[in-house]
Design a protein around this ligand. Structure first.
Ligand code: SAM
Length: 280
């Protein structure tokens, strides 16, 4: 064990056998484990007979806690950072502490392991040479719809973490915005007893979960769009709607946003610019 090191240690996302031998050794040997939720992690550590002291390091105290952890490491001790499940810093706290340590020349090393993102990609059966991972979809409807709109012409597989309470609403929005046939996959309860992969047309997957109900932890994957990007530029599209004169400006902005798969606010800004330049 190298003294004065921060270890980023992955823990299981369901099945406790997924912890690595190296993770177990490090968690036993470090002086302190910084955990997102100490009560949750204590159960994991008890299971493996690990008695290392624990401290909390979560989203709301990461800034302040980072300083304390850094001081401990600078005194020559070693600290492991773990999150509730999977790999720290992946939709979990961690990056601020890692960045600060790196800025200060403190050694940071990983005991890699499972992450729901990679686990889902490896078993859903979708081509994943190129993918974009965007973490959690926004919980607010408007913001979520704006993200879904950007998938219309996206040429890469899109991967999101999603709450079970919002999955049906999100799938409905996907059907409405991207069409009934857009291929999606839901990877649910990975590595656990009720693991389920449901892949198919958005409307089928929606119907499946409408019938069955949604429980557990979820990774949502959306296949690339088939449609190519519109041949015209954003500016040309706005001008052509304006010249057509059939749509109110607000409606034209909405249509262009949908056509380009970008947020309406972005199109609105472009419209303002054209107006300022006297071209609209
Ligand atoms: N750091 C974790 C990782 O490396 O995957 C992710 C933490 S994030 C706060 C938790 C989200 O990850 C869940 O809401 C769910 O979307 C996804 N997730 C975690 N465990 C999962 C599992 N067993 N099956 C499916 N999704 C899971």
């Amino acid at each position: 064990m190298t003294p004065g090191t921060l270890h980023i240690v992955a823990t299981p996302i369901g099945n406790l056998e997924d912890i690595t031998l190296r993770a177990l050794r490090i968690l036993k040997e470090v002086d302190l484990i910084a955990a997102e939720d100490t009560r949750h992690s204590r159960k994991l550590l008890n299971y493996f007979g690990i008695e290392t002291p624990l401290t909390s390091c979560h989203e709301h105290n990461e800034e302040g806690k980072a300083q304390q952890i850094i001081e401990i490491i600078r005194r020559g001790q070693s600290v492991a950072l773990i999150s509730d499940a999977g790999t720290p810093a992946i939709s979990d706290p961690g990056f601020r502490l890692v960045r600060r340590c790196r800025e200060l020349g403190i050694s940071v090393t990983a005991a890699p392991g499972v992450s729901a993102l990679v686990t889902a990609l490896s078993i859903v059966g979708l081509p994943c040479e190129n993918f974009i991972f965007s973490g959690f979809l926004p919980s607010k409807k408007m913001a979520r719809q704006a993200v879904i709109e950007t998938l219309r012409h996206r040429q890469e597989l899109s991967v999101f973490y999603e709450s079970p309470h919002r999955l049906l609403a999100t799938l409905e929005e996907i059907v409405q915005t991207l069409g009934v046939d857009r291929e999606v996959a839901v990877a649910r309860e990975l590595t656990k007893l009720h693991e389920e992969i449901m892949r198919g047309a958005a409307s089928e997957v929606l119907e499946h979960f409408r019938q069955k109900g949604v429980r557990g932890e979820i990774v949502l994957l959306v296949s690339p769009g088939q449609e190519a990007l519109p041949a015209m530029s954003l500016e040309e599209a706005l001008l052509s709607y304006e010249q057509g004169g059939e749509l109110a400006p607000k409606e034209a902005v909405k249509q262009v946003a949908a056509q380009f798969g970008i947020p309406a606010a972005e199109v609105y800004q472009e419209r303002l610019r054209l107006k300022k330049e006297g071209r609209l």
